[in-house]
Design a protein around this ligand. Structure first.
Ligand code: F6R
Length: 279
């Protein structure tokens, strides 16, 4: 697990924005490498807004195109139609899709209004598989340690399905609704197994309200009581956080030192191996 601690949420968005584009080959990195088609897993919520803004800026600067990109979002509320401004469908239009050149037919979110939600979930899994699997997954983290809407006790092998939201999650998200009563009680979400199948994962988090979940996810035991802790078992995970979110970590000095060495090694190896990236 690579842990990167940055000074502020704004700096985190800037670094995460650029690195994610480089890692999935959309922005030529210093080796001038660009890949072909890429499948991105996307998150919603407050945290990725700054990262998406960075992507939009790189797009407006003419540095990247999303024409070769297919996206799959993590989740959608059950009962909110795609035209509902509080839906994650609407969020994605507002914060990303309306501002870039991605083909709409290449963007996917679970259907929270499907007549048969189980069937919709199974078909979502199938579509991800058809697309060749997720190359690069962006994640946020809930204050209770959820990823996607995989709440406490989620099977660590789960695939896309309906989950009941915890009171904590509903109260955290009540800010997007007029009252707590309006916050949906369920969501359709990629499972933990679905997320773990992604080839590479970037989790971003900022603010003190995430510090406990971040500590438990990185330094605690792997347990379904902290779904994000399962990321310790993935071979290519980067966690980027700001100072406030890192507050409860016991080993910040070590993470900073590892990151400094990583940068140093990368520049040393440049001439020899063309700077292989390693997690
Ligand atoms: C959203 C999602 C959630 C959020 C998490 C943090 O698609 O899957 O796991 O990433 O609830 O939300 P924010 O960023 O609003 O704190």
């Amino acid at each position: 697990m690579r842990v990167v601690i940055l000074d502020s949420a704004a700096e985190m968005a800037r670094v995460a924005g650029k690195e994610s584009l480089e890692r999935c080959g959309l922005l030529a990195n210093r080796h001038g490498k660009r890949l072909g088609r890429v499948v991105l897993g996307l998150a919603t919520g407050g945290t990725p807004v700054g990262l998406y803004r960075q992507w939009i800026e790189h797009f407006r600067a003419g540095e990247i195109s999303f024409q070769s990109v297919t996206t799959f979002n993590l989740d959608e509320y059950v009962g909110l139609s795609s035209s509902d401004p509080r839906s994650y469908h609407a969020y994605m239009q507002e914060h990303l899709f309306d501002h870039i050149d991605i083909a709409r037919e290449n963007t996917h979110l679970p259907d929270g209004c499907a007549e048969d939600l189980n069937e919709a979930a199974a078909s979502y899994e199938w579509q991800i598989e058809e697309a060749g699997g997720i190359d690069y997954q962006i994640l946020g983290i809930g204050s209770d340690g959820h990823i996607g809407f995989n709440e406490i006790g989620s099977s660590l092998a789960s695939r896309t399905r309906v989950k009941t939201l915890t009171r904590q999650t509903r109260s955290d998200n009540a800010r997007y609704f007029d009252s707590m009563d309006q916050v949906p009680t369920m969501a359709i979400t990629m499972g933990i197994g679905t997320i773990m199948s992604a080839r590479s994962i970037l989790l971003i988090a900022s603010g003190e309200s995430k510090s406990r979940a971040i500590r438990d996810a990185i330094e605690g035991p792997v347990t379904s009581m902290v779904p994000a802790s399962v990321l310790q078992l993935h071979p290519d995970v980067t966690i980027m956080i700001d100072e406030e979110a890192s507050r409860l970590l016991a080993h910040c000095d070590y993470y900073r030192e590892s990151e400094a060495n990583r940068v140093r090694l990368k520049s040393v190896s440049l001439g020899v191996t063309q700077g292989r990236e390693f997690p």
